[in-house]
Design a protein around this ligand. Structure first.
Ligand SMILES: [Zn+2]
Length: 471
């Protein structure tokens, strides 16, 4: 099977030029001007952008959390991602406390076998327990299986939170095995005290979700993780940075040349804490963590993205239906499963409010949503760029296409949208995963199972185009 994408504006993190892209089987074989080749399929792309498929390194599909399970599995979640121009995601394979990492992986491989994702999928391992079930020895074997990142939660006390001993031991192991350490950075002990006091005083409305998680608790944990990673000699990636208090220590670490990266998520650029402060329980829709912050943080996050203090925008897609799942334990903020949806609209929102407003270049848009993710998570240069030999994960993007973001039209199973009613100009027209067209003109045309598990490279290594996906 061959595909010729003709006359589009090819935009990578580094380049921006008009040309043809010729795809044979799963990869890009040739790029040039007016290529004289015959193809099984020709896609006319004049006036369109030809972008490397976006990669989302932060999703929670079919995850049991807070007494319920996120409402997108690896079918609906990957379909929704595909409609938004995302062609690969890396999900959190969570270790259930008391069980081994092998069991966690077996559980997640079963999910993708059953769900037949339409885009490629990798896994981070979520480390929750090194005392019973999981061991450092076992953790050390995972990078050889292509699971090259360890995620730890410094919050959610009594659930998935780890103590500093577990965090530090995991960091040391990562330093030895070539894995990346990812942290959810909030001080869970302090937050637990503040939450209990608020609840005891009768404050259970959704807005108290933000009031009980002060930005300083995120700043403190971010700094603690950075310093511990420094001692352990491990690379660090701080997920969902939401506020200036967390930006500052990352900025300082990067200035010093330490191997520290920060990520923010679409919602932190657009929603502020007033979303939680609505009549009744309506604000419960916006209970995700860290919480929506005071509005002044938004401009600071955009600035951090411009200056490469923050290097990735992900979604932290963690969808629970409203109100039945969000209120499954009752209408009190501390009982609400934390998480919000967004897997489909990351590019729509960043293109509209980043690129079209002049806040960022098209190259930076590609870098933040694809290339940097590929680089940091062991997928580059097989993914994250359009180059001879790279996977033909390609989005033909129509910069003039108008779309109203809405739960009525999105493809996730979740029944609300954080950006409901937002009008954007610019959306995918055709999406390819390894040379297969999966979405075309708002139709899903993928065969179930078009996506595969991706075995990722270790820190400092490249996933060479020649490396084939294991059967
Ligand atoms: Zn998350």
């Amino acid at each position: 099977m061959s595909v010729l994408i003709k006359g589009g504006r090819i935009v990578t993190a580094a380049d921006d030029y008009v040309g043809d892209v010729y795809v044979e089987n799963e990869s890009v074989s040739l790029i040039g001007e007016s290529l004289d080749v015959s193809a099984d399929r020709v896609i006319e792309a004049a006036g369109k952008y030809v972008l490397p498929g976006a990669i989302d390194p932060h999703t929670h599909l079919e995850m049991f959390f807070g007494g319920t399970t996120t409402c997108d599995d690896f079918t609906s979640g990957t379909v929704s991602a595909a409609f938004g121009g995302t062609t690969c995601l890396v999900d959190f394979c969570m270790q259930a406390p008391g069980t081994s990492f092998a069991q966690a992986l077996e559980n997640y491989f079963e999910k993708i076998d059953r769900c037949k994702p339409v885009i490629d999928v990798g896994f981070h391992i979520g480390v929750t327990d090194l005392r019973e079930g999981g061991s450092l020895e076992e953790l050390a074997t995972l990078p050889d299986r292509g699971v090259t990142s360890y995620k730890l939660f410094m919050a959610y006390k009594g659930a998935v939170m780890v103590d500093d001993e577990t965090l530090f031991r995991t960091m040391r192991t990562a330093a030895d095995t070539g894995a990346l350490v990812m942290v959810h950075a909030e001080n869970g002990d302090a937050i637990d005290i503040i939450v209990k006091e608020a609840v005891a005083a009768g404050h259970t409305e959704p807005v108290w979700h933000a009031r009980t998680r002060p930005p300083e608790t995120e700043g403190e944990a971010t700094n603690r993780a950075i310093q511990l990673a420094r001692v352990a000699g491990a690379p660090l990636y701080v997920v969902h940075v939401s506020c200036q208090e967390a930006i500052e220590p990352i900025d300082l670490a990067r200035e010093k040349g330490w191997d520290v990266w920060g990520e923010t998520c679409t919602q932190y650029l657009f929603l502020d804490e007033s979303a939680l402060d609505q009549p009744g329980f309506e604000g419960g829709k916006y209970i995700y963590t860290p919480p929506p912050r005071p509005k002044e943080n938004q401009e600071l996050l955009w600035r951090a993205l411009r200056g490469d203090v923050l290097s990735v925008v992900s979604t932290d897609h963690c969808p629970f239906k409203w109100p039945e799942q969000k209120a499954v334990n009752g209408e009190e903020f501390q009982k609400v499963p934390n998480g919000g949806p967004g897997i489909e609209n990351r590019l729509h929102m960043l293109h509209e409010f980043g690129v079209r407003t002049g806040r960022m270049s098209l190259n930076r848009f590609v870098e933040l949503t694809s290339t940097n993710v590929a680089r940091r998570f062991g997928l580059y240069p097989r993914k994250g760029t359009i180059a001879p030999g790279s996977d033909a994960d390609i989005v033909v993007w129509d910069p003039e296409k108008k779309l109203t973001v809405s739960a009525k039209t999105h493809h996730s199973n979740v029944n609300y949208n954080l950006f409901e009613g937002t009008e954007v100009t610019g959306a995918p027209e055709v999406v390819l995963v390894r040379g297969q067209v999966i979405v075309e003109h708002d139709e899903l045309v993928a065969q179930p199972g078009a996506g595969q598990f991706v075995k990722r490279a270790k820190v400092g290594e490249e996933l060479t185009p020649a490396e084939k996906v294991p059967a």
